[in-house]
Every structure is written in structure tokens, then in C-alpha cells.
Design a protein around this ligand. Structure first.
Ligand code: CA
Length: 229
């Protein structure tokens, strides 16, 4: 399903490199969106939430490093993994990038294989809900391989949306998410749904969880969280 696809934002002003990177990532199964300036990247971030950003160092309107600082100081975007693409191989530049909040860097010229491997490793580390490992919290067990959920060792019937919501909550326990964050992260941002829809799915989720329903907490005027406390 396209809404489940991981999207990577490519910020790179050299068309040849941008095309090569985009082709490489699409071949690996990801969706991509390419822009050539930080202004376009910023504009994109207002509308969509990519799972990862590939950011060139030298860009026409602002350096990648400045843009990185801007992302990292904004609470809406500060958790998006960023990999810097850089022609610079000087050690101090790499350190500067990491100091400004880059999660990793790839030095040009890079092989498509290396880039793909780095991105995979980053997504595994940063977006556990994209990983295929089983999750267990209290008496709830979720197996992403068979898309099944057990409560007290008994398999339960669960709808697709409730399953995705539960998987997201279990991958990020003890953290509060607003309705709009849940819409972005669970349903994907290409879908137009009202925030009230989240409430409906949370209600349904609690219902199917039976005696484990108390795990899903309502945080008044903020949103929801999964908590054992
Ligand atoms: Ca450049």
C-alpha cells in the first residue's frame, strides 16, 4: 500500500546526483521526493513528514549545515533522521555535521549500495515501527511478520488501522502523541482524515484489547500514549 511506503526527502542541487540517488532509493523500494534548495525542502516539510532526509552540504540558497540546524531546532522536525551528503572528506567537516545534529554522513562519490545500506541501518535504528521484530508490552504481544496480536496468549481479531496504531504505540511506549502526529505517523500524510478519526480508532483498539485496554491512555488536551503506569 502506497501510504505505508517510507518516503525519503532528497535535498541536492546537482541534477545528475539527485537523479542517481532517487533512482537508487526507488529501486530499493522507497518513495522519494527531490528538491534543489533548502527553501523548497522547508516548504515540503510543512506539508509532509518524510522518514529520512538526505541533505547535501553545498546548496545554492543556504548551506546544508545551516538548514540542519534549523530542522534540529524545530520540535516538529527534530527527530527526522538526517544523512548528510558531502563532497568534503575533511575530518573537521564531518565532525561539524555531526555536531549540528546529522545522524550520519556519506562522502561523494558513494556507491548506490553503500548509500542503501546506510539508509537501511538508520531506519532500523530510528524508526523501530519499520523494523520487523516482535513487540511485547504487559500481556500484549504483537508479531509484525504474521500481523497478529495476542492478549494473554490468545489471538485477537484486530482491524488494519487498529493494528497499525497499536504497533506504533508499542514501538514508542511512554510517549505522548497528538492526534495530528498519529495521523502523520500511522496513516501517512497523503491521506486526508479528520483528527476525530483517531479517536474512533483508539476506541476500537481499546475494545479489542479487552483487559489490556488500560494501556492506551488519554492525555487530556494533548493526545494519547501507551503506558504501563
Ligand atoms: Ca551541491
Amino acid at each position: 500500500m502506497s501510504t505505508d511506503k517510507t518516503t525519503i526527502l532528497i535535498v541536492e542541487d546537482e541534477p545528475a546526483i539527485s537523479e542517481l540517488v532517487s533512482f537508487t532509493l526507488r529501486s530499493a523500494g522507497w518513495s522519494t521526493f527531490s528538491v534543489g534548495t533548502t527553501a523548497e525542502a522547508w516548504e515540503y516539510l510543512q506539508r509532509r513528514s518524510p522518514q529520512l532526509i538526505l541533505l547535501d552540504w553545498m546548496l545554492p540558497d543556504q548551506s546544508g549545515l545551516r538548514f540542519l540546524s534549523r530542522i534540529r531546532s524545530d520540535r516538529n522536525f527534530n527527530e527526522i533522521p538526517v544523512i548528510m551528503l558531502t563532497a568534503k572528506s575533511m575530518e573537521e567537516d564531518k565532525i561539524a555535521g555531526l555536531d549540528h545534529g546529522a545522524d550520519d554522513y556519506v562522502t561523494k562519490p558513494f556507491s548506490p549500495r553503500e548509500l542503501t545500506a546506510r539508509i537501511k541501518a538508520m531506519l532500523r535504528r530510528k524508526s523501530p515501527e519499520h523494523a520487523q521484530s516482535s513487540l511485547m508490552i504487559a500481556n500484549v504481544y504483537l508479531d509484525p511478520v504474521s500481523c497478529s496480536v495476542k492478549v494473554d496468549d490468545i489471538k485477537i481479531e484486530i482491524g488494519h488501522a487498529e493494528y497499525k496504531l497499536l504497533k506504533f504505540f508499542m514501538a514508542h511506549p511512554e510517549r505522548v502523541f497528538s492526534r495530528s502526529q498519529l495521523l502523520d505517523k500511522v496513516w501517512g500524510d497523503h491521506v486526508v482524515i479528520e483528527e476525530r478519526t483517531v479517536d474512533v480508532h483508539v476506541l476500537r483498539l481499546r475494545k479489542v484489547l479487552r483487559n489490556a485496554e488500560g494501556l492506551i491512555k488519554t492525555i487530556r488536551s494533548v493526545g494519547y500514549m501507551l503506558s504501563e503506569k
